[in-house]
Ligand binder design. Structure first.
Ligand SMILES: Cc1cc2nc3c(=O)[nH]c(=O)nc-3n(C[C@H](O)[C@H](O)[C@H](O)COP(=O)(O)OP(=O)(O)OC[C@H]3O[C@@H](n4cnc5c(N)ncnc54)[C@H](O)[C@@H]3O)c2cc1C
Length: 379
């Protein structure tokens, strides 16, 4: 495999780096989990979009640059290395957009994607329910047929940043009596400010109010907001899930930059000999994840699909992230846990990694059954 970048790829990297150097705010924006921070991050999204850096891999007609996945990975490396703000539009950009590219209509893409690219419309994922997380197919929120569309009812929960988002995408049961729970589900987009929607923030230990549960009471959704065929929502949802766990949710650039910060911290703290193995592991792990991702990207460019290997990715990055932050906190000593540092905040968030995007226990089941061919466990 050729690991050198082509002159075109290098030129793209240089252009991205120069733009980021000129535009990344010198003072970090407030947390995107707060109202002020959410608004500030929206402005940043618009700034990225104005110069076509928001969604580089999308076709130009929707605001992108039409670059391939290798250039997207290059952009992500530069983005994180520049310390640029978190992406407030990430659920839409990383989850809904690939789903629309695979299953949406041309009309839906033209209507939804441009405002997603600019941050004018920010999307939340409304999948989980109080009794449907890992076993998503057991969901009970309903979509009932009405004139020209559907009426949604039920409760969704754990919806990231839904307290401030504009619209949401989710799965609903449209046929109540099917032989299997995966059947009779429909994938819909809906407005979080529509009549019948109540958005209630979930109290978090850090006091930030963006996480929310959603209560839906006969919320009207027009037919044009169904993605794929009614009743075929599971198939559509699995393409979203593949994207979430696979290439697009946590790009290697994020961890390469974090490992670099850790190495600097280690040097600043006097190169502690008791932690050098763990710091080295973090640096090696980030590089290994980068190479593994480039290998997957090459397969993808050769026309292969990624499939259940995306579960390997998900387990790797989520466990890697915790180990990296634990090492940072150990280097910082008691100050690390007491002070309001990025490392302490990052550590708390890293603990959620094995839960969201499908828990790691479920990913290990998928790896065992579908990659290793082990017998199915009893459910
Ligand atoms: C930070 C964060 C952000 C999130 N954002 C969103 C969002 O934006 N939108 C959204 O819809 N959801 C979101 N979620 C919800 C997330 O998808 C669910 O928490 C996750 O799917 C697990 O579901 P659950 O919480 O109901 O746990 P459960 O499914 O009840 O699982 C509880 C425990 O049992 C284990 N378990 C369950 N079934 C099995 C099995 N068959 N084999 C082995 N072990 C099993 C699980 O691994 C877990 O450890 C978010 C969660 C977090 C933590």
């Amino acid at each position: 495999m050729d690991l050198d970048f082509t002159p075109d790829q290098q030129a793209f990297r240089a252009e991205a780096r120069a733009w980021l150097r000129a535009h990344v705010p010198t003072t970090p924006l407030p947390s995107l989990e707060t109202a002020d921070g959410f608004a500030a991050h929206r402005v940043w999204e618009a700034q990225l979009a104005a110069d076509r850096w928001s969604v580089v891999s999308w076709p130009e007609e929707y605001g992108g640059r039409g670059v391939d996945i290798v250039r997207w990975l290059v952009f992500e490396e530069e983005y994180y290395a520049a310390g640029a703000p978190g992406r407030v539009g990430q659920n839409g950009i990383n989850l809904l957009a690939p789903t629309l590219f695979d299953h949406g209509t041309r009309e839906q893409r033209a209507r939804v994607l441009p405002s997603m690219a600019t941050g004018e419309v920010v999307w939340a994922q409304a999948w989980s329910e109080p009794e449907a997380g890992s076993d998503l197919a057991s969901l009970i929120s309903r979509a009932e047929r009405t004139d020209g569309g559907w009426l949604l009812s039920g409760q969704k929960t754990w919806s990231s940043r839904a307290a401030f988002a504009d619209r949401a995408f989710g799965l609903f049961r449209s046929e109540p009596d099917t032989p299997r729970p995966h059947q009779g589900l429909t994938y819909l987009m809906f407005d979080l400010r529509a009549p019948g929607v109540t958005v209630r923030p979930i109290g978090r230990l850090d006091g930030k109010p963006a996480f929310a549960e959603l209560f839906l009471d006969d919320v009207f959704v027009p037919d044009e907001d169904v993605i794929g065929e009614p009743g075929q929502g599971w198939r559509v949802a699995m393409s979203t899930a593949g994207n979430e766990r696979g290439l697009t949710l946590r790009s290697p650039g994020r961890f390469l930059a974090a490992a670099d910060r850790l190495l600097n911290l280690w040097r600043q703290q006097g190169s502690s000999p008791t932690t050098h193995d763990r710091v080295a592991d973090a640096v090696i792990g980030a590089r290994a994840y980068q190479l593994f991702t480039y290998a997957n990207a090459s397969r993808f460019l050769d026309g292969e699909s990624i499939g259940p290997e995306s579960s390997l990715n998900k387990v790797f990055w989520s466990e890697y992230d915790i180990a990296l932050h634990e090492t940072a906190l150990e280097l910082l000593g008691e100050e690390g846990e007491l002070a309001d540092t990025d490392w302490a905040e990052g550590y708390v968030f890293s603990l959620a990694g094995p839960i969201y995007a499908g828990t790691n226990e479920i990913q290990r089941d998928i790896i065992a059954e579908r990659l290793l061919g082990l017998p199915k466990g009893r459910r």
